[in-house]
Design a protein around this ligand. Structure first.
Ligand code: NAX
Ligand code: K
Length: 212
């Protein structure tokens, strides 16, 4: 257990070293991350699983979301994936997770009305990769997420919160719980990041190597 709190750049450096130098495949880290999110959802919110909607961007945060969708589906939970990202920009891990979800027959949509009767929403739009203000469909999705009565669980960061400063980048998801990976992030502990993160769970058994 560690109280270390890090930046997006440090996390990217640790992930890159773990994947490229040590050789733990990126998809293995993604599976570990997603298992931690699944466990938190099943243990903390067992009464809110009637309709779970995973809101996925097209990067690796969205890839985590798709893996969580699959893990919850296997656990018998009714899950819908709401894709808000640009498929043309999907990361390779995202594409792999998407193919798996299609084989499992998990419903996917781009229709924001799928959020209407959600009981629990998983925010997998942006994680530590956010680098500019949120606009357009992403902003519409976040407004709708924040206007539901559903429990909101954010993956790694509440989408829209700057990982290093905790400031809102245009707009941001206001989560009940944030499951963040390897180490806590500075942006979850400062400014608007504090109340947008809600309860912070640090999944610290990822195997990520903290290289200097
Ligand atoms: N193998 C890895 O590197 C791991 C990554 N993980 C997950 O991957 C996340 C990071 O993934 P990515 O680096 O793909 O980044 P994100 O998934 O956070 O963001 C995806 C992409 O969105 C674009 N973007 C940024 N701000 C935007 C905006 N305002 N509007 C539109 N597009 C915008 C950027 O090009 C960014 O790369 C982590 O937060 C974590 O959830 C975990 O699966 C653990 C392992
Ligand atoms: K997120």
């Amino acid at each position: 257990m560690t109280d270390k709190i890090i930046t997006a750049e440090e996390m990217r450096h640790y992930d890159s070293y773990t994947i490229n130098t040590i050789g733990i495949p990126s998809l293995v880290l993604m599976e570990r991350a997603s298992l931690a999110v699944r466990d938190e959802i099943l243990h903390a919110f067992p009464l809110n699983l009637k309709k779970v909607v995973i809101v996925a961007g097209s990067g690796n945060n969205g890839g985590d979301g798709l893996a969580v969708a699959r893990l919850l589906h296997i656990a018998g939970v009714q899950v819908t994936i709401l894709n808000v990202g640009n498929p043309a920009h999907a990361s390779s891990e995202h594409q792999t997770q998407d193919k798996i979800c299609q084989y499992y027959g998990i419903p996917q949509t781009t229709d924001l009305t799928s959020l209407n009767d959600a009981t629990l929403i998983v925010d997998a739009i942006f994680g530590i990769g956010i680098d500019r203000p949120i606009k357009g469909t992403y902003a519409d999705a976040i407004a709708k997420i924040n206007n539901t009565n559903a429990i909101i669980v954010a993956i790694d960061m509440p989408s829209g919160i700057n990982t290093d400063t905790g400031e809102i980048m245009g707009t941001a998801v206001k989560a009940n719980t944030t499951v963040t990976f390897a180490y806590n992030k500075i942006g979850l502990t400062k400014n608007e990041g504090v109340d947008h993160a809600g309860r912070i769970v640090v999944a610290n058994d990822m195997g990520t190597y903290a290289v200097d």
